[in-house]
Design a protein around this ligand. Structure first.
Ligand SMILES: C[S@@+](CC[C@H](N)C(=O)[O-])C[C@H]1O[C@@H](n2cnc3c(N)ncnc32)[C@H](O)[C@@H]1O
Length: 210
């Protein structure tokens, strides 16, 4: 039932995605996941780079990955994860989960690629328990108008090269419309070195009404 197939991007991401871990991404993933507990659903888990950083207070992660090649990589990472991880097919707008089933939803580098951000966020809200958390780490449109202009030009070709990833999304505003944002840190990645269209990022927590 694979609904997302990006074979070339999947292979590229598997080969090169982990390079950023050495440049500070590992610490950002840790920050993203710290303090989580209970049952967590991770959407678009990719090669499973988050798994090593889930705290022991998480009793189960359900990892939803629609791309077949990446789902195999997710399964390999799940097998050696420090917490139990169950891997499944699915897409952000239609998750294989019952209403209110999860304590938290985690996304990193995913809301840039889903076809409809608002529909995905509505679906996250559906499967979260009252008071449940959304943890997000996403690249976003730059607050600097000049850099946002560069991103707009990049967005003309970037999605075709990068598995449907858009670099102009105001994800913070979208999360604000669907949840109560409790924290949202703006950062640039990598923190030193050159600028790229995916450099402006946000990392934070939002909560579903209790
Ligand atoms: C840049 S990768 C990020 C992977 C991983 N979350 C990480 O932090 O390394 C984008 C991921 O989003 C997934 N994805 C793309 N469209 C999706 C959709 N509609 N629903 C769920 N996941 C999707 C891709 O298959 C891929 O795993």
């Amino acid at each position: 039932m694979a609904l997302v197939k990006n074979s070339l991007f999947a292979r590229y991401y598997t080969r090169f995605g982990a390079r950023n871990e050495e440049r500070g991404n590992r610490e950002l993933r840790r920050e993203l996941l710290t303090g989580l507990s209970g049952r967590v659903l991770e959407v678009g888990s990719g090669t499973g780079l988050n798994f090593a950083h889930y705290p022991a207070s998480v009793c189960e992660v359900v990892a939803v990955e629609p791309e077949p090649y990446l789902r195999e990589r997710t399964a390999e990472a799940a097998a050696v994860a420090p917490v139990p991880v169950r891997v499944t097919d699915g897409i952000a707008a239609r998750l294989p989960a019952a209403d209110g089933e999860f304590d938290a939803v985690v996304v990193s580098g995913v809301l840039c690629s889903v076809p409809d951000v608002a529909a995905a966020l509505t679906e996250f809200g559906r499967i979260l328990s009252p008071g449940g958390e959304l943890r997000f780490y996403e690249h976003v449109r730059s607050p600097d108008p000049l850099l946002a202009g560069v991103q707009a030009v990049a967005d003309l070709f970037w999605p075709r090269l990068m598995g449907g990833c858009h670099v102009t999304r105001d994800t913070r505003a979208a999360v604000d419309r669907a949840f109560t944002v409790e924290s949202c840190r703006e950062l640039r990645f990598p923190s030193c070195g050159g600028w790229s269209p995916v450099a402006p990022r946000i990392l934070g927590t939002a909560r579903k009404a209790g």
